[in-house]
Design a protein around this ligand. Structure first.
Ligand code: FES
Length: 80
C-alpha cells in the first residue's frame, strides 16, 4: 500500500527503512523521501514507527540456520 502519495513510497519500503535503523520521521524522510513534501502521510509514518516499536524483536539472527538452535540435549541423545 502506498503511504506517501507525494513520493510514491509504500508501507513495505517504510518498514524496511525502519528495520534498517530509521527511528524517526526525519530519518525515514532522508532514506526514502516519505513525509518530505506535503506532510499528509506523517500520521501513517508515525503509526508505522509505533508498530515497529511494539513488535517483539526476534532473538535469533536471521543468518544462523534454525537447526543450530534446536534442542541440544535431544541431538546429543540421538547421537548416542
Ligand atoms: S503524502 Fe507524504 S509527503 Fe505528501
Amino acid at each position: 500500500m502506498i503511504v506517501c502519495l507525494c513520493e510514491g513510497v509504500s508501507d513495505r519500503e517504510v518498514r524496511s527503512v525502519i528495520r534498517d535503523g530509521a527511528l524517526d520521521l526525519e530519518a525515514i524522510g532522508a532514506r526514502c523521501g516519505a513525509g518530505t513534501c506535503c506532510g499528509g502521510c506523517v500520521d501513517l509514518l508515525e503509526d508505522l514507527l509505533e508498530e515497529a516499536d511494539s513488535t517483539p524483536h526476534r532473538c535469533m539472527p536471521q543468518h544462523v540456520p534454525a537447526h543450530r538452535f534446536g534442542a541440544p540435549h535431544a541431538a546429543a541423545a540421538a547421537a548416542g
